[in-house]
Design a protein around this ligand. Structure first.
Ligand code: UTP
Length: 297
């Protein structure tokens, strides 16, 4: 039997400059879609996939994240006193079991690969998941759960993948596909942010990964190499050169790039409309808004 995936790394040490000035004092991961911070969506997805240990790679200025997962005795007492059981229940879903959560600091934002590498001692010698909380995925079955199930069949390393327009290739890590098996593709390479004419396919990696400890060893070598950002893509590309079980997984669901303003707004609309308590009023507002230009014509 293949080993269960019980640990996940959440790299949250980036500067989030696209959301300045908000991110001057608020971590990007605490920004909310409707009423839940991005990080809560990521944690819920990890829990659904069977993750038991949550490793955050943080940086200076991210202490709001630690507070978010801590218990809030005063608030709980007040809600209890007022008999607000529904809110208490919501609050409880944010606290983590003792010892289930760990924080590591990335001292300089040296790239996603470096952030993942910072967690190497907590990962040890087992496969692990990586979740980027700014990629939010709406799906009937949560994306990481789909991947864990596929991984139980094939093992190896796996990245979540989706088709993107060729013109947008320069914003993604793109997969070079050796064999297309439907939901799964076997990779023969991976290129970070190529020019459209150099894109090996239009299948892009997005922020969910299941990786083996050998990726950490690859990062180790890359770390002692050239300066600049250390890309996770390079460590995966190195793994492809050595083994033939590195896969892309076409997940079922809709991904929102909440690291960008347009993506964040789209997600806000989609998640707002998906809420029973909001869809009527919010939907009516959107319909009215859409009707204004039509009426003007
Ligand atoms: P992004 O590329 O979105 O960078 O990182 P960013 O700093 O968060 O945002 P911008 O581009 O300045 O607006 C993708 C993910 O990788 C993490 C980020 O926190 C985010 O979850 N990351 C990136 C790190 O943890 N460390 C890094 O050095 C870089």
């Amino acid at each position: 039997m293949r080993s269960r995936i019980s640990k996940a790394i959440f790299p949250v040490a980036g500067l989030g400059t696209r959301f300045l000035p908000a991110t001057k004092s608020v971590p990007k991961e605490i920004m909310t879609l409707v009423d839940r911070p991005l990080i809560q969506y990521a944690i819920d997805e990890a829990r659904a996939a069977g993750i038991k240990e949550f490793i955050f790679v943080t940086s200076r200025g991210k202490s709001a994240l630690e507070d978010y997962f801590d218990s809030a005795p005063q608030l709980e007492q007040e809600l209890k006193r007022k008999g607000k059981d529904d809110l208490l229940e919501i609050l409880r879903s944010t606290t983590m079991d003792s010892g289930a959560i760990a924080y590591i600091r990335q001292q300089k934002p040296m790239g996603l690969g470096h952030a993942v590498w910072c967690a190497r001692r907590l990962i040890g010698d087992e496969p692990f998941a990586v979740i980027l909380p700014d990629d939010v995925i709406a799906a009937e079955k949560p994306c990481l759960q789909q991947m864990v199930e596929a991984h139980a069949e094939v093992g190896g390393n796996m990245v979540a993948a989706m088709e993107v327009p060729t013109a947008k290739a320069a914003s993604y890590g793109l997969l070079d596909v050796a064999e297309d098996m439907g939901a799964l593709v076997r990779m023969r390479g991976m290129v970070e942010k190529p020019q459209p004419e150099d894109a090996p396919s239009n299948l892009a990696a997005i922020g969910r990964y299941i990786l083996t400890p050998s990726i950490m060893r690859n990062l180790n070598r890359i770390k002692s190499g050239a300066g600049g950002e250390i890309q996770l893509t390079d460590a995966i590309a190195e793994e492809v050169r050595r083994s033939d079980n590195v896969y892309g997984y076409r997940f079922r669901g809709q991904r929102f790039d909440c690291g960008s303003k347009a993506g964040f707004l789209q997600a806000t609309v989609a998640f707002g409309l998906a809420r029973d308590d909001l869809c009527e009023e919010f939907g009516e507002y959107l319909r009215d808004m859409m009707a204004i230009p039509a009426a003007a014509q």
